[in-house]
Ligand binder design. Structure first.
Ligand code: BTN
Length: 232
């Protein structure tokens, strides 16, 4: 069952690190690690993930039984965060490739999937700003980040967010790949807009069946891989 067993820490370096250690030691599918506070929370491209203690859902799920749909795990996670958020607060969520959750074009959640496919497991790490107030956001993020509280004024607890997310994640992980892709495409925040990355720029044209970003550039259509490309 997704979300069980559940281990909670008041303070930890990173829930993803702990979930990876548990997975390597044989923790079952669905195991959930959460924390009130992380001292070394991190995101994609090695960037830090910052959150005030008790204000964000900091959660890492151990996923086993990976199939060829493994590449779609981050997409399932993003969809699950959108659906859980919308069930708890009057917000409308979109997905910014590869896996940021946006509310009103500001980042409310980030997702970091780290896998050991050879050992048959992956960890889905999710940081969702739940009850962070506007003046609690780091200064450098005040123009670009948000939380459920900031976006809606709704008083959602981190515990409510955890329960909702476990349920929506279980549902989205059970979807066939074509359903995941269709749901994701319906929330694509970049579609039709101009995107820039280290290697060039172009117009976002949706995602491929393996979750790569399709971009129409000067030389034709390109497929950008989430592991390699960092959008500006
Ligand atoms: C990103 O936006 O780059 C992904 C951020 C992922 C942050 C979450 S918080 C819970 C889990 N533990 C971590 O150290 N990272 C993820």
């Amino acid at each position: 069952m997704i979300g069980s067993p559940h281990v909670h820490f008041r303070r930890i370096d990173s829930t993803n690190e702990r979930a990876r250690a548990l997975a390597a030691a044989g923790a079952p599918h669905g195991t959930l690690v959460t924390a009130d506070e992380q001292t070394a929370g991190h995101g994609r491209h090695g960037r830090p993930w910052l959150a005030r203690p008790g204000r964000a859902l900091l959660a890492s799920f151990v996923i086993r039984g990976l199939t060829e749909a493994e590449a779609l795990l981050p997409l399932c996670a993003g969809l699950a965060v959108c659906e859980a958020s919308e069930a708890l607060a009057p917000v409308s969520c979109a997905l910014k490739w590869p896996n940021d959750v946006w509310i009103e074009r500001r980042k409310a959640a980030g997702i970091l999937v780290e896998g050991r496919p050879a050992q048959g497991w992956a960890v889905i790490g999710i940081g969702l700003n739940v009850s962070t107030a506007a003046d609690e956001l780091p200064h450098e993020l005040r123009e670009t980040a948000t939380s459920l509280l900031i976006a809606s004024d709704e008083r959602v607890t981190v515990g409510e967010a955890r329960a909702a997310l476990a349920s929506t994640l279980a549902a989205r992980l059970a979807d066939p790949p074509e359903e995941t892709l269709a749901r994701w495409r319906a929330r694509d925040a970049l579609l039709g807009g101009q995107v820039r990355w280290e290697g060039g720029e172009g117009r976002a044209a949706g995602i491929s069946d393996t979750g790569s970003l399709l971009v129409d550039g000067a030389t034709g259509r390109l497929e950008l891989d989430a592991g390699e490309v960092h959008l500006r």
